[in-house]
Design a protein around this ligand. Structure first.
Ligand code: TPP
Ligand code: MG
Length: 365
């Protein structure tokens, strides 16, 4: 079930029935992971509806289908200590890092009670205290800061590791290669997870990558072991990430994990996803659904009644989140310059007059 120990290997557990004693997670952890995947699924479905009802606007990228990657990987880290950087497809990661569902929804609704104070929106969820470093809109843009956070953790002897989640398309960006070169050279405790959902917008990986097996790239180029993982299987994701976390913590070595997964919905809310893939292809991947898979693996834990109860509970949590968001105010005009840069002495907090909006460079010479 674990990702192949050998760099570049492939292994799949299949969806056979398992006993709790055979896996490295407790019954409580399995049940919580199930609840989290279902919460993300319902949160995203409802988010899509709210968007279509024009309750909010802007970019919005849903995570439906990819739940096992976010849940399995964040389960393998220490919340509050380790850092997570991700892309604009970030609602799941925000929820899993501990941001209450109401604050995530309020951010999508651009309200002041949102986790980024209504100034970030769907693509820029953030909570520095929880060490959730976003929510980043530029493809590959967050890979250098994530690598920098791993450097800082090592330099300060913090013992924290960094999870840097990225899309398959980001693997072709220069930032990926520059960052992995440094991580390999300086032995940085960074785990790079490429969520390979087979497409960058409407372009398939096979059409755009000279080497479509992404995991093969990093060992030879940067000395960073690469593994391919079944991203539709929460247990495999957890085990592969745990091995990488151990390597990062004990040896301060980076790892690259290619998690093969699928997004059921379009790239963003404006993409109907009908022109570049077939209904049959979507249907084939839905048969590998990560939530169903966990149910099949542990039928004793997830009876029909149990699943119904959890579903009811998470649906309510999402309804409460929408209510919280709708009842929150939009940020006032005085907020326009706050939280743009780090607060510092002399910075004109809440003052919108343009002549005062100068960064106090002199104080920093
Ligand atoms: C540097 C840059 N180029 C182009 C874009 C426009 N863009 C947004 S998402 C995206 C596709 C990224 O695909 P992938 O990395 O596979 O992530 P996924 O959306 O599949 O999760 C592109 C080209 C961007 N945001 N940043
Ligand atoms: Mg992709």
């Amino acid at each position: 079930m674990a990702a192949s120990k050998q760099s570049g290997g492939k292994k799949s557990s299949g969806s056979k029935e398992l006993q709790v004693s055979e896996v490295p997670l407790s019954e409580k952890e399995l049940k919580e992971s199930f609840r989290q995947m279902l919460l993300i699924r319902r949160f995203e479905e409802k988010t899509g509806q709210q968007y279509q009802m024009r309750k909010f606007s802007g970019f919005c990228h849903l995570y439906v289908g990819q739940e096992a990657v976010a849940v399995g990987s964040t389960l393998a880290i220490e919340l509050g200590k380790d850092y997570v950087f991700t892309t604009y497809r970030d609602h799941a990661h925000g929820l899993l890092m501990g941001i209450p569902a109401g604050e995530v929804m309020a951010e999508l609704f651009m309200r002041e009670s949102g986790c980024s104070k209504g100034k970030g929106g769907s693509m820029h969820l953030y909570n520095g205290k929880l060490r959730f470093m976003g929510g980043n809109g530029i493809v590959g843009g967050h890979i250098p800061p994530a690598t920098g956070a791993a450097f800082a953790s090592k330099y300060r002897k913090e013992g924290a590791v960094v999870l840097c989640l990225l899309g398959d398309a980001a693997v072709n960006q220069g930032t990926f290669h520059e960052s992995l070169n440094m991580a390999g050279l300086w032995d940085l405790p960074c785990i790079y997870i490429a969520e390979n959902n087979l497409y960058g917008m409407g372009t398939s990986v096979v059409r755009s990558h000279a080497e479509p097996d992404l995991y093969k790239r990093t060992e030879c180029a940067y000395g960073i072991p690469g593994f391919q993982v079944n991203g539709m299987d929460m247990l495999e994701v957890y085990e592969a990430t745990s091995e990488a976390v151990e390597r990062a913590r004990k040896e301060s070595r980076p790892t690259f994990l290619e998690m093969v997964t699928y997004r059921y919905r379009g790239h963003s809310m404006s993409d109907p996803a009908t022109s570049y893939r077939t209904k049959d292809e979507v249907g084939e991947w839905q048969k590998k659904d990560p939530i169903e898979r966990l149910k099949i693996q542990f039928p004793g834990l997830f009876s029909e009644d149990y699943v119904k109860d959890v579903d009811k509970e998470v649906r309510q949590e999402v309804e409460d989140a929408i209510k919280f968001a709708e009842e929150s105010e939009f940020p006032g005009q005085s907020e326009i310059w706050t939280h743009v840069y780090v607060d510092c002495p002399g910075y004109p907090k809440g003052d919108v007059s343009p002549n005062k909006y100068a960064f106090p460079y002199d104080e920093y010479k």
